[in-house]
Design a protein around this ligand. Structure first.
Ligand code: ZN
Length: 191
């Protein structure tokens, strides 16, 4: 069963942490230590409605924010990252739980400096405890993926929200199916 979709934006040619002050990234592994850090004026080179920085942060256009609002998608912060408020960092607050085993998640070594894992990868995302497809909304994964400053949550969208992105013609989005673990029957009747 397809339970949701993984949203990956096109490369916008910007580095989210280019102007980050000391302390935002770990000196050892460069994993982000300040979850609330947002750049003031990101130098976006390629303009899409849904895009991604080199360091894996999802950026959306004002048009995309309007579209998501029209569809009543809530529980997301859209934080301006350009002076003229044309682009926003997409930060969902609701989490979906990843089945790490079924997803083939592998964690990198632990950083000597901050104690966090330097990076984590997955083969193909699988949700845990999703008995039905997630229909509406934009979510974050409960665990972090990527390496160094690129390590962050995955952005997941519901099946209806995926359709809305396509229908509205929002540019830059690639959507990959995310499966759910087949639930086992609670009781087994022997013949
Ligand atoms: Zn570190």
């Amino acid at each position: 069963m397809i339970a949701a979709y993984l949203l990956i934006g096109a490369d916008c040619g910007a580095r989210f942490f280019n102007d980050a002050p000391p302390g935002v990234l770990c000196n050892g592994c460069r994993v982000c230590l300040q979850d609330d850090y947002v750049p003031r004026n990101l130098a976006i080179m390629k303009k899409y409605d849904i895009s991604c920085t080199y360091d894996n942060r999802t950026i959306v256009s004002r048009r995309a924010v309007h579209a998501f609002n029209e569809y009543g998608i809530s529980d997301i912060a859209f934080i301006p990252v350009t002076n003229r408020e044309e682009y926003y960092f997409l930060k969902p607050s609701r989490q979906l739980v990843i089945d790490e085993f079924a997803s083939g998640v592998k964690h990198g070594e632990q950083c000597q400096s901050c104690g966090l894992r330097v990076g984590s990868i997955f083969d193909s995302l699988v949700l845990r405890d999703a008995l039905f497809p997630i229909t509406d909304g934009i979510f974050r994964s409960d665990c972090m993926f990527g390496h160094n400053e690129g390590k962050t949550f995955a952005v997941l969208v519901g099946t209806h929200t995926r359709s809305a992105i396509i229908k509205e013609g929002l540019t830059g989005a690639t959507l990959f199916p995310v499966m759910a673990q087949q639930s086992k029957p609670a009781f087994r009747h022997n013949a």
